[in-house]
Ligand binder design. Structure first.
Ligand SMILES: Nc1nc2c(ncn2[C@@H]2O[C@H](COP(=O)(O)OP(=O)(O)OP(=O)(O)O)[C@@H](O)[C@H]2O)c(=O)[nH]1
Ligand SMILES: [Mg+2]
Length: 241
């Protein structure tokens, strides 16, 4: 693999996970680098990343923001950073081991078959989620049916945060015009790319619930997603996308 890939990991209080996840991602392939976008985590996550930056020069990078501004805006900053550099593929991934770095090389392989975006999917063949409480699985499953119903997008896991994008697909979006910060951001990315006629492909992953650290999912993020999908659809109908 000669193409360069950047894996963007947004972090907020991931001190128990960040060191090991960085090591695993960069050992996956010499052409895969890591960019962590940390929102000044009170637990000192960014200081670990700074150490890694020194050890793995030009493989590990850190954007440190002043305060918690949400996952969506962290990705937008990361995308802008990646587009300015030499990366062919841009991956979004969580820090908490829900997304297994060993899937990265498999996901990137799809690009040689004319695919533009590879979605790491939990709902391709039934439900491949480990250790989630049943209520959380139910919520996520209902969410994906709801999104498909409203948007018509043929994706089984539209809220997935484990996604590999070609730089062309990200470059085609107006990154100034993103609305959402939580899960809805993941839907917004896929929806806008799909509407621009890029080719999306789903790759089955096994999603593991986080073992260390705390979830940042809250009611606000869920409500944003519920109403956000309707707003996205309306934006499209009114030609405002
Ligand atoms: N920079 C930044 N990262 C964030 C923010 N909120 C969440 N994250 C990171 O985004 C990723 C996904 O967040 P999680 O807390 O795992 O959210 P989740 O996957 O819905 O919740 P879990 O059920 O606990 O896995 C993790 O790497 C978080 O550290 C934020 O406001 N800013
Ligand atoms: Mg998580």
């Amino acid at each position: 693999m000669n193409n360069k890939t950047i894996v963007i990991i947004p972090t907020y209080n991931e001190i128990e996970n960040i060191s090991r996840i960085i090591d695993l991602v960069i050992s996956e392939d010499k052409n895969i680098d890591v960019l962590v976008v940390d929102d000044n985590s009170p637990d000192g996550t960014s200081s670990i990343v700074s150490q890694k930056e020194l050890i793995f020069k030009n493989r590990v990078f850190l954007i440190k923001r002043l305060d918690k501004k949400g996952l969506g805006t962290a990705y937008i900053e990361g995308f802008r950073w990646a587009l300015k550099r030499k990366y062919d593929f841009i991956v979004s991934m969580d820090a908490d081991f829900s997304h297994n770095p060993s899937e990265l090389t498999k996901m990137i392989k799809y690009f040689s078959n004319g695919v533009d975006v590879v979605v790491g999917s939990r709902y391709l063949n039934g439900v491949s989620v480990v250790n989630w409480p049943i209520g959380r699985i139910f919520l996520s499953y209902i969410a994906q049916i709801y999104v498909r119903l409203i948007t018509g997008m043929p994706i089984n896991d539209p809220t997935s945060g484990f996604v590999a994008y070609s730089k062309e697909s990200v470059n085609a979006l107006n990154l100034d015009k993103f609305r959402f910060i939580g899960y809805a951001f993941q839907i917004e990315m896929k929806y806008k790319i799909w509407k621009k006629k890029f080719k999306l492909k789903e790759h089955q992953i096994i999603f593991m619930n986080r073992e260390l650290g705390e979830s940042k999912l809250d009611k606000k993020i869920i409500l944003e997603a519920v109403f956000g999908v309707l707003k996205l659809r309306l934006d499209y109908i009114l030609n405002r996308l």
